[in-house]
Design a protein around this ligand. Structure first.
Ligand SMILES: Nc1nc2c(ncn2[C@@H]2O[C@H](COP(=O)(O)OP(=O)(O)OP(=O)(O)O)[C@@H](O)[C@H]2O)c(=O)[nH]1
Ligand SMILES: [Mg+2]
Length: 210
């Protein structure tokens, strides 16, 4: 994918604030600290477009990036961050739930999991939620630089099984640190980026004028 333009559009928490849904959209979901913002920067070949932090829970809003005036890439706030209150957790659930259910231009939701670990209960629940909304064809295993090749292959299989991924779904290892595995991710994403066509209602037949 050639990135001619990548612009941060804004951080929002409510449906009515999101950009007009006139371009296809792909969202990145996953627990806090899994590497969502790092992956977005790596995919876009930008160093600091999405904010990265060693403190988990950095991304608390839904962040939109306009890519090539062709599609939106969306960084969802991470879950599983121990220090949030029950109220914050509920507000997170409400925000993500509404986003998944009502965002008409949403084409795919990619789940990110850390390749070193088995999926957590939250990861499994998130993936089920994603599948229920008709998405989930791509799972990304992050931080692949942390494992040897053979261990990585073993983990990919375990994650696939534990998440209950379908045969058609793919699990792709990526290292944002070493910039490895980026092209296969774009190849998988590209399939979901056909432009949105707006169907206009048919015009009433005109009576012939003499
Ligand atoms: N070794 C390694 N570290 C990574 C990689 N990707 C991200 N990290 C590190 O993991 C930490 C979290 O990365 P973020 O990209 O901020 O994670 P996030 O999922 O956006 O986190 P929240 O915004 O809290 O939801 C940072 O310290 C990154 O440097 C990777 O591919 N390899
Ligand atoms: Mg983040």
């Amino acid at each position: 994918m050639i990135i001619k333009e990548a612009t941060f559009i804004g951080s929002y928490v409510k449906l009515e604030q999101y950009p007009v849904p006139d371009m296809p959209e792909i969202a990145m979901a996953g627990r806090s600290n899994v590497g969502k913002s790092s992956l977005i920067n790596t995919l876009l070949n930008r160093k600091k477009l999405a904010k990265i932090s060693s403190t988990p829970g950095k991304t608390r809003t839904i962040n939109f990036y306009n890519i090539n005036q062709h599609f939106y890439l969306v960084d969802l706030p991470g879950y599983g961050y121990a220090k949030v209150s029950k109220k914050e957790r509920e507000s997170w659930g409400g925000m993500i739930g509404k986003y998944l259910s009502h965002r008409s231009s949403l084409r795919e939701v990619v789940l990110l999991v850390d390749c070193r670990h088995d999926p957590s209960g939250d990861d499994k629940q998130m993936y089920q939620w994603i599948q229920q909304h008709g998405f989930g064809s791509i799972v990304i295993a992050t931080k692949s630089d942390k494992l040897s090749r053979s261990k990585l292959m073993q983990q990919l299989k375990r994650i696939r099984n534990q998440l209950g991924m379908t045969q058609e779904a793919v699990i792709l290892p990526v290292s944002a640190l070493k910039k490895e595995g980026v092209e296969p991710v774009w190849d998988a994403l590209k399939r979901h980026l056909e432009p949105i066509t707006i169907e206009l209602p048919a015009l009433p037949e005109q009576e012939e004028v003499e």
